[in-house]
Design a protein around this ligand. Structure first.
Ligand code: NDP
Length: 480
């Protein structure tokens, strides 16, 4: 059975403990590879390697760092098919999705930051004729990047690329649940000629390897994407050490549909925003609010479409709905469907585990589920489920829907469907959310600020925001 290795100091090496744990194939629920069970000793090796690499990497001309990141991007593009297959196998997502979203996005992340760093300028402030201030943006040193399982290479590269472009050296940990493409990336780093120690990838458990990264005194900044509870624990550890922190956390995103919307476009996109990646995208709209005159038409058309969305083998070309990522996650999602029933909800379709045939019968599949009849403030509508489950609710006025939409502790993303120009802008202005899509979903420009408000996170990724996070500003004042 295949073993994965840590990538430290430019080499693929065993964990110090010489122990591994199981990596599962969600489509069949079986073990297919082994992951290093790293601990603080591996993190220490990674920090040592990163520290040693920092002086040369941080002073290398931006053009040279850019060349290496571009080369890495080209290699990911070359291996797109292999990486898409690996991502699908590791995560349970349809290979078609990994091929058009996950891996191309990892290519763009490296490509984008390879060029962004060449255009990253700083400010100067003149004090009439008496003095001039200018700001230096210097790399921080050794930084930590920790990413989740839902978009494994996509989110891993979204952090690593700006950190490296800005001149930092990185100790990174992918989710233990989906480590495979990060491991394949480490091989591509070697091929791309990435200097030893510039990027170090430590595999292992969050509470052990991840925690060791957050606690390490020489890691000066941590960029984290994951659950809100994990993020809170991480902040409690890092804050007394005065580390820079970027936290991209959970969501419970509203999808607000007004009766005057373009119905066909809305229906098509709402199907995606509800169930893409089995609903395991932090940006999925899990609470659908529909203006009352459209409610029944929407409900009937939506449920009919959802019923056609059948979970299948993620490796099959025609599959649009794969397996959820783990047994534990499947059980969590099913327990929320049970909770919804107990809270008085009516399951309009789905609502159960799907058992497929042959070797897939032990895989982790859930039928896409639509629930109505729940109060906006019940637990099902307030807590993050992060699976193929949406609720639908009618509303009468703009004020009412804003109150319901803003009622959760989260504030990551929102979608609004309307042809009414001023209402669209007004609602966007009044939503408590880091991102608002109007008449679209998941349309991403990598230059824009990305992140959430309230319990959805602190700080912004994307474009120059990410380069600002991964650098320290120093003001220099020169008397004339
Ligand atoms: P987790 O919070 O469980 O884990 C995220 C990462 O943190 C994993 O690599 C995990 O390792 C690691 N980790 C766990 N405990 C610690 C610790 N004590 N110290 C350091 N690292 C730790 O999230 P999931 O992987 O379950 O991802 C799903 C969550 O991510 C959802 O809540 C979702 O909303 C959110 N998310 C947010 C996004 C955003 O942009 N705001 C985007 C995508 C997802 P391990 O896996 O080994 O436990």
């Amino acid at each position: 059975m295949e073993k994965l290795y840590n990538y430290i100091g430019g080499k693929l090496i065993d964990p110090v403990s010489n122990t591994w744990f199981d990596n599962f194939h969600p489509a069949t629920g079986t073990v297919y590879s082994h992951i290093p069970d790293s601990d603080q000793r591996d993190v220490q090796l990674a920090v040592d390697a990163a520290e040693a690499a920092f002086p040369a990497w941080s002073t290398l001309a931006a053009e040279k760092r850019s060349e290496i990141l571009s080369r890495l991007s080209d290699l990911i593009k070359r291996d797109l098919e292999l990486l898409a297959q690996a991502e699908s196998k590791d995560n349970g997502k349809p290979v078609s999705l990994a091929r058009i979203v996950d891996i191309p996005r990892a290519v763009s992340n490296f490509e984008f930051f390879a060029t962004a760093i060449l255009h990253f300028a700083t400010e100067a402030h003149a004090m009439e004729s008496s003095a001039i201030n200018y700001t230096l943006r210097q790399p921080i040193g050794v930084v930590g990047c920790i990413s989740p399982w839902n978009l494994p290479l996509y989110l891993f590269s979204w952090k690593i690329a700006p950190a490296l472009a800005a001149g930092n050296c990185v100790v990174a940990k992918p989710s233990e649940v989906t480590p495979m493409t990060a491991y394949l990336l480490s091989k591509l780093c070697i091929e791309a000629g990435m200097p030893a120690g510039v990027l170090n990838i430590v595999h292992g458990l969050g509470g052990k390897a991840g925690q060791a990264i957050v606690e390490h005194p020489k890691i000066k900044a941590v960029s984290f994407t994951g659950g809100t509870k994990t993020g809170a624990g991480l902040a409690a550890t890092a804050a007394p050490m005065f580390k820079k922190l970027s936290l991209e956390l959970g969501g419970k995103n509203p999808n607000i549909i007004f009766a005057d919307c373009d119905f066909d476009a809305m229906l098509k996109t709402t199907l995606q925003s509800s169930f893409a990646n089995q609903g395991q995208i932090c940006l999925c709209g899990s609470r659908i609010f529909v203006e009352r005159p459209l409610y029944e038409k929407f409900r009937d058309a939506f449920v009919e479409k959802v019923k056609q969305l059948k979970p299948g083998n993620p490796a099959d070309e025609g599959t649009r709905m794969g397996a959820v990522v783990s047994q534990a996650h499947m059980e969590k999602v099913l327990s929320y469907i049970q909770l919804a029933r107990e809270e008085g909800g009516t399951v309009l379709c789905g609502g159960e585990r799907v058992v497929l045939e042959g070797e897939l019968k032990t895989g982790w599949y859930i039928a896409p589920t639509v629930i109505e009849g729940l109060a906006f403030d019940c637990r099902t509508n307030q807590e993050e489920i992060f699976g193929p489950v949406v609720t639908i609710m009618p509303f009468d006025t703009e004020e009412e829907v804003l109150e319901m939409a803003n009622s959760t502790v989260y504030g990551l993303a929102a979608t609004v469907w309307t042809q009414h120009l001023t209402r669209a802008h007004r609602v966007a202005n009044n939503l408590q959310s880091g991102i608002v899509w109007i008449n679209c979903w998941l349309l991403r420009d990598l230059r824009t600020p990305f992140g959430g408000v309230k319990a959805s996170g602190v700080g912004r990724e994307g474009g120059f925001e990410a380069l600002r996070f991964f650098t320290e500003a120093k003001n220099v004042c020169v008397k004339l």
